[in-house]
Design a protein around this ligand. Structure first.
Ligand code: AFP
Length: 319
């Protein structure tokens, strides 16, 4: 089996992009080690402040953000970084060729219960004479040069696309590097498994309520099959399950806060996951458009997300 660095060398990815990916994944290996120390490292629990999203930051949110930010700032190929945990973009090397947006620890409400969490990243090519600005990041997801996540689960796994399909890698703790364990990932067009936070049901649109009611009714209702449900409460865990065994994942618009179009962030959750799912043959939409086509208006913009098995996404959108 090939290591990540061997796979990257064999790909036609530009060397500068390989450098950004190597830096990002090496930092994720360090994050993995910090997480696996758990409470022994005295780094669980809350950091005592809120991020730009108004969400309570966990200590590990801040620690993983600072680790990624400092390692990426010192990578010459990185022009600027954006993060869920940073109010504004952080310019790095003006002559760098890549922008990277990341959620340093997605699913952080799972940390204190030892459940799935992960790091999600989205990388764009960009060059300019002046230091990068937020506007440079506001490119549609179709322009991503690479997207991926590292899932800190029973094993530590990297899932990555540079535009030629999706590959999975597993961390070999002895070698301290990622080894390719699946060279081409595909998502079946049909599924019998859905993922949604059912506690929001009364706040969904009527059409989403109707669609999910039919999933729950299974063969006793309008559908010709029964469905199973899973909800990891960490997008990386739900998307990984879909890339491994299929399914549909939804975090739709709800009326809890009508000013918010959705809970998930476009730049460092929806877009990178949409690239991976589409590269694996699935679909990723809001309730009105393909996620990768969205022209971003801000780096912390939120969108509704419906992604996974192509035929099931179409079925959901038909409601
Ligand atoms: P946290 O990072 O605050 O735990 O949120 C995780 C997340 O952004 C995404 O990863 C999950 O799919 C979703 O929120 C879970 O949301 P609920 O907690 O409302 O189910």
């Amino acid at each position: 089996m090939q290591t990540l660095s061997q796979v990257l060398k064999a790909s036609n990815a530009p060397v500068a992009l390989q450098d950004v990916l190597t830096t990002t994944t090496n930092t994720c290996i360090d994050i993995c080690k910090a997480l696996h120390k758990g409470s022994l490292a005295g780094i669980l629990g809350v950091a005592g402040n809120e991020n730009v999203q108004g969400e309570e930051q966990k200590k590990l949110d801040v620690i993983s953000n600072d680790m990624l930010k400092s390692d990426l700032m010192s990578c010459p190929a990185v022009r600027a970084v954006a993060s869920e945990e940073e109010d504004d973009i952080v310019p790095a090397n003006t002559n760098g060729e890549y922008l990277i947006a990341f959620d340093p620890l997605d699913g952080s409400s799972n940390i204190d219960i030892n459940a799935m969490v992960g790091t999600i990243f989205s990388i764009y090519h960009d060059q300019g004479e002046k230091p990068a600005t937020e506007a440079d990041f506001l490119k549609p997801g179709t322009e991503q040069a690479a997207a991926g996540y590292v899932l800190y689960g029973p094993s530590c796994m990297l899932v990555l696309s540079t535009g030629q399909g999706v590959k999975m890698f597993t961390l070999d703790p002895e070698k301290n590097e990622f080894v390719e364990t699946q060279e081409s990932v595909t998502v079946d067009k049909d599924t019998q498994e859905f993922a949604i936070n059912m506690s929001n049901q009364r706040f969904w649109s009527e059409s989403m309520q109707g669609y999910v009611n039919d999933l729950v009714a299974g063969k006793d209702g309008a559908r010709d099959k029964n469905f199973n449900m899973r909800w990891v409460a960490a997008m990386v865990g739900d998307v990984h399950r879909i890339l491994c065994r299929g399914g549909i994942f939804m975090y739709p618009w709800d009326s809890k806060d009508p000013t918010k179009p959705g809970k998930l962030r476009l730049m460092y959750e929806a877009n990178p996951m949409a690239m991976l799912v589409e590269q694996a043959g699935g679909k990723a939409h809001t309730h009105t458009q393909r996620i990768l086509d969205i022209q971003p208006e801000g780096i912390h913009q939120r969108v509704p997300v419906i992604l996974g098995a192509a035929n099931e996404v179409d079925k959901c959108l038909s409601y």
